[in-house]
Design a protein around this ligand. Structure first.
Ligand code: DQA
Length: 156
């Protein structure tokens, strides 16, 4: 069975490509999604890529991941800095979580330097623009499906 990774994007990320390209780059969310699905396939992972501008919808999707997804990668966007509801949902589902930001949030305004979501994350990747999503998938692969032992090892 191919493990499914739920890849969530928060508010305003639907505008990527035209939204402050000097900060977020010129790649659209559709392009990032297509790259993630393609890269996931090479890793043996199915990527379920979604975006919402609504906190409650993100919470519903996170809750729904229990029993259906092997891990969650999330760019919570502005909700990173405000949402205890998203943090609580991520803690409740007990799945490996990786947090991604396109920009380096630690180099920006003070209010972006704290993320509630980080408390539920195994790791955080920020500052690598859209490549951060690919790095997150590589890291998630190691968490959910570590390499099989070589055929001549004792376990084989
Ligand atoms: C962001 C950083 C957040 O502070 C901001 O609100 C976003 C995008 C990023 O990917 O760099 O919307 O999560």
């Amino acid at each position: 069975m191919t493990p499914t990774i739920l890849l969530l994007n928060g508010p305003n990320l639907n505008l990527l490509g035209s939204r402050q390209p000097e900060i977020y780059g010129s790649t659209t969310l559709a392009d990032i999604g297509a790259d993630c699905v393609r890269h996931g396939r090479t890793l043996g992972l199915a990527v379920d890529f979604r975006q919402s501008n609504h906190e409650g919808e993100l919470v519903d999707w996170i809750q729904g991941a229990r029993g259906t997804a092997a891990g969650i990668i999330i760019n919570p966007a502005a909700y990173s800095h405000t949402s205890i509801a998203i943090l609580d949902a991520l803690l409740a589902v007990e799945l490996p979580v990786i947090e991604v930001h396109l920009s380096n949030i630690h180099q920006r305004e003070e209010y972006r330097r704290h993320s509630y979501v980080s408390q539920a994350a195994r790791g955080v990747i920020c500052g690598f623009a859209s490549h951060g999503y690919i790095l997150a998938l590589d890291a998630m692969k190691r968490l959910v499906a570590p390499a099989c032992p070589p055929p001549d090892s004792e376990e084989a």
